[in-house]
Design a protein around this ligand. Structure first.
Ligand code: ZN
Ligand code: ZN
Length: 355
């Protein structure tokens, strides 16, 4: 048996004992060390639910190998690992085109099958990546969102001459800020309405941060502040990491002619554009890219790049962690996060199996 925070239904997460997962021949059992709360986990637990119940949530985590299936030779017990949470089918057209992130029949740890708010979690050995000793468990639990942020930043073509606005200073946005600076962008501006998150953005390298929560009716609206920083052409790239409809609209309005908008943020509800705004996509010949998950193993995969850069000290995702929790408190943690009742919150992780 093991202890886990199990989601039994919408808004019904309970800490208790469950059976240890059964291992298939190609699976590994991981002893969880750090399990991060994704922004998507809060609605998943409180209002939307998982695909079936009961499910153990959490897809951003790290740990040690506890046990391996009969066929597994790639890792062995006690090795430290991070885990890619998407399990592609391997048979659909997209999988055969080496785009497993777009698989038609994927499984996913923490939403479609059991994830890591638990002492142990199982996954296919193919989803596991070893991490060097210079990468901490906390850092490794954030490789997944850092990889998605990297994918969006790369797809937008950010280089040492690209001026960038990032909307939404959650985990993805703060990741995007770090990547854009690492790629040499001369101007990275972070926008959010949360002053704690803006302070972190500044600390991790944003050149300027702008509070969008201020009263827009005033002369000094956040849009005007962005325009002032980028001049009349506007930013070359906007990385939209918030999912807020207002920011999606402002992105189209502000981005430079022939510019690129990468969409990383899950939409926060119905999304609409005025005819005039939509027209700008045509008149400015904009490129708008969607970003979905990330890749491991394949050429140019994000995960190896993230691990390499954390190990080298070029980026540190752990700098955005503001809170640590323990699993028996899971219900209260999700209640508080849902009520926005956690002072100064940006990113929280559950520490599990701590000696
Ligand atoms: Zn996530
Ligand atoms: Zn597939």
């Amino acid at each position: 048996m093991m202890y886990a925070a199990v989601l039994h239904g919408i808004n019904d997460i309970r800490y208790g004992q469950v059976a240890l997962p059964d291992l298939g021949n190609d699976d590994v059992l991981i002893r969880v060390k750090a399990a991060a709360v994704c922004g998507s986990d809060v609605p998943r637990v409180k209002t939307k639910g998982t695909y079936h119940f009961p499910t153990i949530p959490c897809h951003e985590f790290s740990g040690d190998i506890a046990k391996v299936g009969k066929n597994v030779a790639s890792v062995k017990p006690h090795e430290r690992v991070a885990v890619f949470p998407l399990i592609p089918c391997g048979n659909c057209t997209l999988c055969k085109e080496h785009k497993p992130n777009l698989c038609d029949n994927y499984n996913y740890l923490g939403s479609r099958c059991d994830g890591a708010f638990a002492e142990y979690v199982k996954c296919p050995a193919a989803n596991v990546l070893k991490i060097p000793d210079t990468v901490s468990y906390k850092q490794a639990s954030l490789i997944e969102p850092m990889a998605v942020a990297l994918r969006g930043t790369r797809q937008a073509g950010v280089t040492s001459s690209t001026k960038v606005v990032v909307f939404g200073m959650g985990t993805l946005g703060l990741g995007a800020v770090q990547w854009a600076k690492l790629f040499g962008s001369p101007l990275v501006v972070g926008v959010d309405r949360n002053s704690h998150k803006l302070a972190i953005a500044k600390k991790i390298g944003a050149d300027y941060v702008i509070d969008s929560g201020e009263d827009d009716s005033r002369e000094e609206s956040y849009e005007k502040k962005i325009r002032d920083l980028f001049g009349k052409d506007g930013p070359d790239v906007v990385l939209e990491c918030s999912g807020a409809n207002a920011f999606q609209n402002v992105a189209i309005k502000l981005v430079k002619k022939s510019g690129t908008i990468s969409l990383l943020g899950n939409p926060q509800g119905e999304t609409s554009f005025s005819e005039k705004t939509f027209q700008e996509i045509l008149r400015k010949e904009l490129t708008i890219r969607g970003v979905w998950n990330s890749l491991i193993h394949l050429e140019n995969n994000e995960w190896d790049f993230v691990i390499k850069n954390i190990a080298a000290g070029n980026i540190d995702p752990a700098r955005i962690i503001t809170h640590t929790f323990s699993l028996p408190d899971a219900k209260k943690v999700f209640d508080d996060l849902h009520e926005r009742n956690v002072e100064g919150y940006c990113k929280g992780i559950f520490l599990v199996n701590q000696e």
